[in-house]
Design a protein around this ligand. Structure first.
Ligand SMILES: NC(=O)c1ccc[n+]([C@@H]2O[C@H](COP(=O)([O-])OP(=O)(O)OC[C@H]3O[C@@H](n4cnc5c(N)ncnc54)[C@H](O)[C@@H]3O)[C@@H](O)[C@H]2O)c1
Length: 256
């Protein structure tokens, strides 16, 4: 098998529909030669159904990043699929959730905010450390952010959670460098996924991209983000860590 992930074994979280960025990361990873294992949150049979639309079979392990027991058991479950002595080469964190209250900055309660930060930011550390026992030779961790440098319309406490995710990525990169683990994020432009649909006023936020992306942006195409993830999983960013690669049509650098 050829491709930039030939022979690599990748754990991909966050597949829930065919519009999931994770679905496209998994599909492209398989097309580039990787063996993929998925994790699914809650509706595992639904994730298994979506997984059947991937080019190759991919087993699904149940994982709620708020469930410590499931995190503690993750490495053993991954090992069951990989076989004794075989490690993961990469992990994709494609997980975010904010209760509706988190999308109202002045009204959001700590309960809303705490959940958003737990699921969307702390989980990057929790998932990564859960996978370390099956990454003894090192590897690549890749997460997904939405540019946290700015105060966006409607994004509110989820924007704060993304700022925490971006910081978590840097601290992970600092602490795991000695284990040869690279940690990076793709900062994606808006995509009409299930998570996006739960953001009240997503259209207003996304409309910015219709006017400001110098090389254009398609809200219905998760492939560019998926490609960015696969590139960071590959050996083609061997000395890049703690980085954020923008896959956003160029919006991040536009002044107006
Ligand atoms: N869609 C966008 O506009 C956009 C833009 C930039 C970044 N992102 C980020 O991309 C990532 C994937 O989102 P998506 O747009 O593909 O949406 P999605 O709805 O397809 O994926 C979000 C995933 O998070 C999972 N999840 C939620 N709570 C969980 C929990 N407690 N434990 C484990 N998994 C849980 C869901 O099951 C789902 O699979 C997220 O981090 C999101 O913030 C999305």
């Amino acid at each position: 098998m050829s491709g930039i992930l030939a022979g690599k074994r990748i754990l991909v979280t966050g597949v829930i529909t065919e519009a999931s960025i994770a679905f496209h990361a998994a599909r492209l990873a398989q097309e580039e030669g990787a063996e993929v294992i998925l994790t699914g949150f809650g509706r595992v049979s639904l994730v298994e159904r979506i997984a059947k639309r991937l080019p190759k079979p991919a087993p699904v392990i149940e994982l709620d990043v708020q469930n410590q027991e499931q995190l503690d058991g993750l490495a053993d479950k991954v090992r069951e699929h990989l076989g004794e002595g075989v490690d993961l080469d990469g992990v994709v964190h494609s997980i975010a959730f904010g209760p509706q209250g988190a999308f109202n900055f002045l009204e959001g309660t700590w309960e809303d905010v705490g959940t958003a930060v737990h699921v969307s930011a702390y989980s990057l550390k929790a998932l990564t450390t859960a996978c370390l026992p099956v990454m003894e030779r090192g590897g690549s961790i890749v997460g997904l952010t939405f540019d946290a440098q700015f105060a966006w319309p409607k994004y509110d406490w989820m924007g704060v959670a993304k700022a925490a995710l971006e910081s978590t990525n840097r601290y992970l990169a600092r602490d795991l460098g000695e284990k040869n683990v690279r940690c990076n994020l793709v900062s994606a432009g808006p995509i009409k996924s299930m998570a996006a649909k739960s953001i009240p006023g997503f259209e207003e936020l996304a409309d910015v991209w219709n006017h400001r992306a110098p090389i254009g942006w398609d809200l219905t195409d998760p492939e560019p983000a998926g490609r960015g993830v696969v590139a960071l999983l590959s050996d083609w960013f061997p000395r890049t860590t703690g980085e954020i690669v923008h896959v956003d049509g160029g919006v991040h650098m536009m002044g107006a």
